[in-house]
Structures are given as C-alpha cells and as structure tokens.
Design a protein around this ligand. Structure first.
Ligand SMILES: Cc1cc2nc3c(=O)[nH]c(=O)nc-3n(C[C@H](O)[C@H](O)[C@H](O)COP(=O)(O)OP(=O)(O)OC[C@H]3O[C@@H](n4cnc5c(N)ncnc54)[C@H](O)[C@@H]3O)c2cc1C
Ligand SMILES: *[C@@H]1O[C@H](CO)[C@@H](O)[C@H](O)[C@H]1NC(C)=O
Ligand SMILES: *[C@@H]1O[C@H](CO)[C@@H](O)[C@H](O)[C@H]1NC(C)=O
Ligand SMILES: *[C@@H]1O[C@H](CO)[C@@H](O)[C@H](O)[C@H]1NC(C)=O
Ligand SMILES: *[C@@H]1O[C@H](CO)[C@@H](O)[C@H](O)[C@H]1NC(C)=O
Ligand SMILES: *[C@@H]1O[C@H](CO)[C@@H](O)[C@H](O)[C@H]1NC(C)=O
Length: 523
C-alpha cells in the first residue's frame, strides 16, 4: 500500500543501515495495522519523535509527509545570477541561544555540530546602522534605550508571576513602564527589539505606532518574557544570549535530514503524501490521504503547524473535543517574511544589520547584509524582513510590485546614490502555503498555561500532538519543535510498550481565577 519515494528523500545518496536496536523484536511484530505509530509531518518534531521511538526499540512507525523531502519549515532557496548563486534560508535561519561555556547546549546547535552544518555568530545588538526615509539617521541611543526597556519588561514579568497577577499584553507592559513609542524612531526601535530581535517570534505590536492605534496586541507579556528567558537567559536555564546564522550551502535543513539518514529506513517514510482525514477511536486510528489511501495504526502523532490545524485542512473524526479546539484556536499563528535581493555589487551598510524607520510602522524595517565578511562576502546579497499584517499584505501582491516598494525604501535610505535594480529577487509566502499557513506560533495574552497543556494533550490516548506550538517554554523555535518531538516519542513509546501508558492530561475547561461579577442583560 505504501509507496516510498526513496530517491527523492533527503538528497542523500544512501541511508546508513539502521543499527539493530537492542529490544526491538517484541514491539515490532506486524499486526494487521499498517504501523504501530503514524507520525504525521516530517519536520523537526516528526523526525525527532521518530528517532526517539527508534532509540526505544520501536521501529514500526511511518512518517507521512506531504512534501518531497524532510525538514518541514526548514527550507532553502538558491538565489543569484549564474556564477553567483547562493543557498539562502527562506524559513528558520538562526540557532537561537547557543551554549554558554560547557553549559546546556541548544539541541539544534548540537545537531549542527554533529553534521558539520556551518553557522556563524550574528551580532544582532551591536552591529547596526540606522536610517529613516531621508537617509542615514543616527538613533542608536534610542535603540539602546529600547533594549533596556525590554530587559525591564522581562524582569517585571517575573514579578507579575510571583505576585500571581494576571497576564497582560506587551503593549500594556510598554505603557505601564512609560515606554510607549512617541515617534517613528522609538517605534522602529521597539519593533526591532520586540518584534524582531529578542522575542523575534513576537509580531507587530501595531498599537505601538501612534498613528495606527486600532490593531490588536497579540503578545502576552508573561509568555514573551519566559520564552525569552528559557532560551537566552542562562540563569533561567537558557542556552546563551547569542544567535548564530546558518550559512551552510547544503541548507540549514541538513541538520535534520542528515540526522534522519542515520536511523530512518526507506519503508519508514512516505513522502508526497497529503493527509486529509484523521479518524480516531479507543481501538486505534485511521489516516486518509488525498488519493483515498488509508493507513491504520495504534497511535497517531500529528505535528502539523498550528496554522494548518486552525484553518481546518484536516478533518478529524469524530470532531475534536471543545477543549482541544479552544486551545488550537486561541494561540496565534504569526507570519514572518524574508525578502532577498541580489545586486551587482554592495552599496549598503558595512554593519551586519540596519533598522529603517518609515512613517508607517512595519514597512520594510529590518535589513540584514549577507554581503559581509562573516557571511557571503562578494555575494551582493541583502535581505529585508517584514512581519504580521504587512506580511499578509505583500503575500497578496505580485513579486514585481513588492520589489518596487522595497526599492522605494532602499532609494529613500540612500538618497545620494543611484541605486540600481536588483539582479535577483525572492520571497516565500508562508501564510498562503497550505502546508504551513504562517511561520510560527505566538502566545497572546488571553492564552493561558491551561490552554498550552490542552494544545499538547492527547485525545483518547490515541491522538497525539507535537510541534513548536505545543512547547510551553520554547514555542516558535526550532528547539521547541525538537523538545516536543522528543517528549512525544518518549510518551508514545510508553503506550506502545503497554502498562505505563497514561497519555497527556487535559483540562475540560480553562477557567478564570475569580468569577466575573454577574451582569444581567435586559433588552
Ligand atoms: C520564516 C521563518 C523563520 C523562522 N526563523 C526561525 C529561526 O531563525 N530560529 C528558530 O529556532 N526557528 C525559526 N522558525 C521556526 C521554526 O521553523 C519552527 O519552529 C520549526 O521548523 C517547526 O517544526 P515542526 O516540526 O513543529 O513543524 P513543521 O516544520 O511545520 O513540520 C510539519 C510538517 O507537516 C507537513 N504537513 C502539513 N500539512 C500536511 C498534510 N496535510 N499532510 C502531510 N503533511 C503535512 C509539512 O509539510 C511539514 O513538513 C522560523 C520559521 C519560519 C517560517
Ligand atoms: C496514494 O499515495 C500513497 C502515498 O503517497 C501511495 O503509496 C499510493 O500508491 C497512492 N495510491 C494511489 C491509488 O495512487
Ligand atoms: C536548497 O539547497 C540545495 C543545496 O544547495 C539545492 O540543491 C536546492 O536546489 C535548494 N532548494 C531550492 C528550492 O532552491
Ligand atoms: C564546566 O567547566 C568548569 C570549569 O571549566 C568545570 O569546573 C565544571 O566541572 C564543568 N562542568 C561540567 C558539567 O562539565
Ligand atoms: C546627501 O547629500 C546632501 C547634500 O549634499 C547632504 O546634506 C546629506 O548629508 C547627504 N545624505 C547622506 C545620507 O549622505
Ligand atoms: C526573566 O529573567 C529575569 C532575569 O534573570 C528575571 O528577573 C525575570 O523574573 C524572569 N522573568 C520571567 C517571566 O521568568
């Protein structure tokens, strides 16, 4: 029934032979089902869950993946004119939080080291040039203030937790701290600091811009702070405060593809297989593919992105319970877009980064030079990042129109030189991609820890969930997906093995700490 697309898999010449696992035989005898465990999605979470099962001696699993390769959101693109082509990352690019001394290493860094995937320290705080729509404009002092404000807000969040105060939006945090941006420079710096650098997963705090006060504030103060701490603050168990940019010409995805090649057998992966329906019951699960093929198993692990679950691309039979649906629909799927340009030659800043303050907040604000001695010198490459609503807006536009806007901004940044048109231009539309429907999850203030538990809880002990979005500490990050895959693999292994199977608990309803006062509504 299953057909495996071995040739397409990974682009690796051969699989290494899987090591015979010590205790495999007992759990791996064939039943009438297609597999003991179906792992839906071959991104970081899916591959690491599979590796975990394998290490526990369970090899009767099948990874079902819609694309023609493993890696999920880890995707590269070859950009450039002939003779000057480079592999750039349209998805994740940074190892966020590396390692401090011999302390705990980010597992993504560990994989990069193991598979010799080239990465380079990227100085996001100390190597910046600032611009506005009239050209070069020094407001680095405001940027420094913004960094201090963010540090203060993260510390204040810890106080809120200790005092058991309710969560609020980050926007409120800035207001309470007296740090509401009052001009475009402060707004641009807050964008850089909040939306982008530290909590890069946080998207536009549109209300921060004085002329655009209507947009919602989608970022939790407390969760933003701990998401930052658990990754970047060594005192809080974080790895380090550094970000390393992957510049490997095989693509960042190599970390997960090479890892998979070490243990995965061809018959354990079904690529080019789009899941449409997941049916579950006390007896097991049945997964239906787009071409009507059905696959049966005892357990299913769904690692599809939050955006895919929210959109309703997958039919669950029976419908998911209301506590699960509430959790899925209460987290936010954000969008983050990197727009790459190649020019004949570099004419821009010598720093690693640049911030551009436009009259409109979020308009092509963050620039990064790849034509830099640390990255791809001589490449003529630079990229600009947009997020949130601005991403959605440009996803609906023609490439040529986006390019025109970007060039308008670049020409505003460099009023005194004749800026030529780029020789290459590319960006990926993450939100309209039905396999992702956004870039990564973002925790809003109304999302509570109980919701997070419900997002990762099992349904009927058969239907499991994992992925960056189910991570309490590291939602959004590659290492979040990694740890969630690891944990799901371990828990599912207990179920395959039998008696210790507990599944993951859920709350039937996530309730307020104290009731709202009664309000009678009379017509
Ligand atoms: C633009 C961008 C920039 C990012 N930058 C960083 C960064 O610098 N550092 C960092 O740590 N993280 C970053 N991230 C986040 C990181 O990419 C994710 O946290 C991580 O890749 C998620 O892995 P996952 O396994 O949870 O999900 P995914 O990688 O989404 O895996 C799920 C898999 O399911 C498959 N799938 C979906 N629907 C179906 C279907 N119906 N049938 C079959 N298969 C299906 C998908 O093709 C995919 O392969 C970024 C993400 C994006 C998009
Ligand atoms: C449907 O897709 C699966 C997996 O990709 C494949 O094994 C199977 O042969 C396909 N079935 C048909 C009828 O095309
Ligand atoms: C990703 O990089 C690899 C290795 O350089 C290359 O073969 C492949 O074509 C790239 N993918 C895309 C979509 O450009
Ligand atoms: C880490 O390094 C320090 C000093 O080099 C050493 O004292 C300590 O034992 C090391 N810790 C671990 C866990 O290796
Ligand atoms: C551009 O040229 C004008 C006039 O010569 C000068 O005042 C200004 O500083 C220059 N701007 C930049 C960004 O170099
Ligand atoms: C984050 O870390 C800072 C500094 O270590 C600490 O003061 C603060 O309480 C932490 N915040 C949260 C929410 O954990």
């Amino acid at each position: 029934m299953r057909q495996v697309y071995l040739a397409a898999l990974l682009g690796f010449a051969a699989f290494t032979t899987a090591l015979p696992s010590p205790s495999t035989t007992h759990y791996n005898h064939r039943s009438t089902k297609d597999a003991k465990v179906l792992i839906l999605g071959g991104g970081v979470a899916g591959v690491i869950a599979a590796r975990t099962l394998h290490r526990k001696g369970i090899d009767d699993f099948l990874i079902v993946e819609a694309r023609d390769e493993l890696g999920g959101r880890m995707q590269n693109y070859t950009i450039g004119v002939p003779g000057k082509q480079y592999t750039v990352e349209v998805g994740p690019n940074w190892i966020q939080g590396t390692q401090t001394g011999n302390g705990t290493a980010n597992p993504i860094l560990t994989l990069a080291r193991k598979h010799h995937v080239k990465n380079q320290y990227n100085d996001l705080d100390g190597s910046i040039t600032t611009y506005d729509y009239n050209g070069l404009k020094d407001y680095l002092d405001i940027l420094d203030t913004s960094i201090d404000q963010f540090t203060q807000i993260v510390a204040d969040a810890g106080e809120r937790v200790k005092l058991q105060q309710v969560d609020l939006g980050l926007q409120s945090a800035y207001g309470i701290t007296g740090a509401t941006p009052k001009n475009i420079y402060e707004a641009a710096c807050q964008y850089y600091e909040v939306d982008w650098v530290h909590v890069f997963i946080l998207l536009i705090i549109a209300t921060a811009h004085p002329i655009d006060a209507q947009a919602p504030d989608q970022n939790s103060w407390i969760a933003s702070a701990w998401n930052n701490n658990f990754t970047f603050d060594v005192d809080m168990g974080g790895f380090s405060d550094e970000n390393n940019l992957c510049i490997d010409q095989r693509g960042f995805k190599t970390i997960i593809q090479a890892e998979a090649a070490e243990f995965l057998q061809p018959e354990q992966v079904s690529l080019n297989s789009v899941v449409t329906t997941i049916a579950y019951s006390g007896d097991g699960v049945t997964v239906t593919l787009e071409n009507s093929t059905t696959l049966t198993a005892d357990y299913v692990l769904c690692t599809f992105s939050l955006g895919v679950l929210q959109y309703g691309d997958i039919a669950f039979k029976p419908d998911l319970p209301s506590w699960k649906t509430e959790a899925i629909q209460s987290m936010v799927m954000a969008t983050y877009t990197k727009i790459f340009l190649q020019f004949e030659e570099k004419f821009w800043f010598d720093t690693e980064m640049a911030v551009y303050a436009d009259k409109e907040r979020g308009r092509y604000p963050i620039w990064q030079s790849l034509d830099h001695v640390k990255f791809f010198p001589g490449s003529g490459l630079v990229f600009v990042t947009v997020t949130g609503d601005f991403s959605l807006r440009i996803e609906g536009m023609e490439d040529s129109d986006v390019q025109e806007e970007v060039m308008e901004v670049l020409r505003a940044m460099y009023p005194n030189i004749t800026v030529p048109d780029p020789v290459a231009f590319h960006f990926k539309r993450w939100n309209v991609d039905p396999l992702f429907r956004g870039s990564y999850s973002n925790w809003p203030p109304s999302f509570l820890p109980g919701h997070s538990e419900n997002l990762r809880a099992t349904v009927d002990k058969r239907l499991w969930f994992a992925g960056e979005a189910t991570s309490l500490k590291y939602f959004g990050f590659l290492h979040g997906a990694y740890f969630e895959g690891l944990n799901a693999g371990e828990e599912i292994a207990k179920c395959v093995e039998g008696p210790a199977c507990t599944g993951r608990e859920h709350f039937n309803s996530v309730v307020d700490a104290s009731p709202y006062p009664f309000v009678s509504i009379t017509p």
